[in-house]
Ligand binder design. Structure first.
Ligand SMILES: *Cc1c(COP(=O)(O)O)cnc(C)c1O
Ligand code: SF4
Length: 393
């Protein structure tokens, strides 16, 4: 995939909008081993030249990335505590996450895997290291040994930066590790239907931003590939209604029309989408496209991203307001227990810094407040009542 990696390759209006500070900063990233500057021409074409443009802010390196954040963690989700193999994170009993590649369709400046992506992507990053057979082998062994895992999140980076052939090889490998009855033993499912529960195929969840940043990646061949690997869902990262360009709408519609459920994950970002109008418009449009708003994430504590952080109390107030604004589905389309039921509002959630896992956020999540050497923190309750700090500001 061709990415824009220099200022001069940007659309003229954008490259003319670069300030001296931005230029100096961008040109120094490689020397400082920071997260590279890269954006697709499609995503750049959606951006306006103003420094506060919500699309521009998401990919344009910002000198504030060098500001020291006392709360920053290189591994904000504590993934290293739950690493089953170098590529596999097993944190929740029935699902696990596979890091397939560090390559993305451009780099989001607020990326939660910022350090991992930058470290892996540096240098040879155009040659994107996709998971190799030697790296997949222990993953497959682990999956065979852990039948409680029912779903694999195929994540990265962005797995769709790999070719259809690579993805097919990966999906096939995962399926063969745990084939389920249908493909394993024809006839057995009919003979002993209750076995299916204990031995059903591993479900796949493909986590990607490419339908937004590079909608041309969603070819009919790719949609066909997804269909062949049902049960499979797509989780698409979308932050702003302006990301839903006509091309992206077409791409997402093609996936939905192929019968593939599409979840939407949104990151709450200061001065990008931290207001009710923007979020309500985003979730309404997603719903109208047949997508399922799934998570609205409070920002993780990756280094160099503090200027994107919306204070937690403000996020909670925003979420409450959003619930009041987004009326339930109109009469006659009540939510049913099937794939046509489309919740309009995602869960507001945070990955507790340091490995506490994902929790849904509400006022009740805050068990207290405390002064720490790095600053004032809330104490957030995880599912087991254990407390984890998250900065107040
Ligand atoms: C987010 C996440 C999952 C999936 O959690 P859901 O609540 O099902 O979306 C699984 N594993 C890891 C490590 C995760 O971070
Ligand atoms: S697409 Fe995801 S992994 Fe890639 S830079 Fe953006 S947030 Fe990070």
């Amino acid at each position: 995939m061709k990415l824009i990696t220099t200022i001069d390759a940007l659309p003229p209006a954008l490259s003319a909008s670069i300030s001296t500070e931005e230029r100096t900063y961008i040109e120094g990233i490689a020397a400082r081993s920071g997260l590279p500057f890269a954006v697709t021409s499609h995503f750049a074409s959606l951006a306006g030249p103003e420094p506060d443009d919500p699309i521009r802010r998401q990919f344009m390196p910002d000198p504030r990335e060098t500001q020291c954040d006392p709360f920053a963690l290189n591994d904000p989700l504590g993934e290293s505590c739950h690493r089953a193999t170098p590529r596999l994170i097993h944190q929740y009993a029935d699902r696990a996450l596979l890091k397939t590649t560090a390559h993305c369709g451009g780099f989001c400046r607020f990326c939660f895997r910022r350090v991992w992506v930058a470290e892996t992507a540096r240098g040879e990053w155009m040659a994107a290291p996709f998971i190799t057979a030697a790296e997949l082998e222990p993953v497959l062994v682990y999956l065979k040994d852990h039948p409680e895992i029912r779903e694999i999140l195929v994540s990265g980076g962005d797995p769709l930066t790999a070719s259809n052939e690579r993805l097919e090889w990966l999906f096939q490998g995962l399926r063969e590790a745990r084939p389920g009855l249908r493909s394993a033993t024809p006839g057995l499912r009919e003979a002993r239907p209750n076995l299916r529960i204990a031995n059903s195929a591993l479900s796949l969840r493909i986590c990607t931003r490419l339908p937004i940043t590079a909608p041309d990646r969603i070819t009919p061949e790719f949609v066909g590939l997804l269909r062949r690997f049902s049960p499979l869902r797509l989780a698409v990262h979308i932050n702003h209604p302006r990301e839903l360009s006509p091309k992206s709408r077409n791409a997402l519609t093609a996936i939905v029309e192929a019968g593939i459920p599409v979840l939407v994950q949104t990151v709450l970002l200061k001065d990008v989408n931290d207001n009710v109008e923007t979020l309500a418009a985003l979730f309404r449009e997603c719903r109208d496209l047949g997508l399922i708003p799934y998570y609205l994430f409070q920002l993780d504590l990756a280094p160099g991203t503090a200027h994107f952080r919306v204070p937690l109390k403000q996020g909670l107030a925003l979420y409450r307001e959003l619930q009041g604004t987004l009326v339930p589905a109109p009469a006659g389309t009540e939510l049913k227990d099937d794939s046509s039921s489309v919740p309009l509002i995602p869960a507001y959630a945070v990955d507790l810094p340091g490995g506490g896992g994902k929790i849904r956020l509400s006022e009740e999540s805050i068990a207290g407040e405390e002064e720490r050497p790095e600053g004032r923190v809330y104490l957030l309750k995880d599912r087991n009542g254990k407390l984890w700090p998250y900065p107040v500001e």
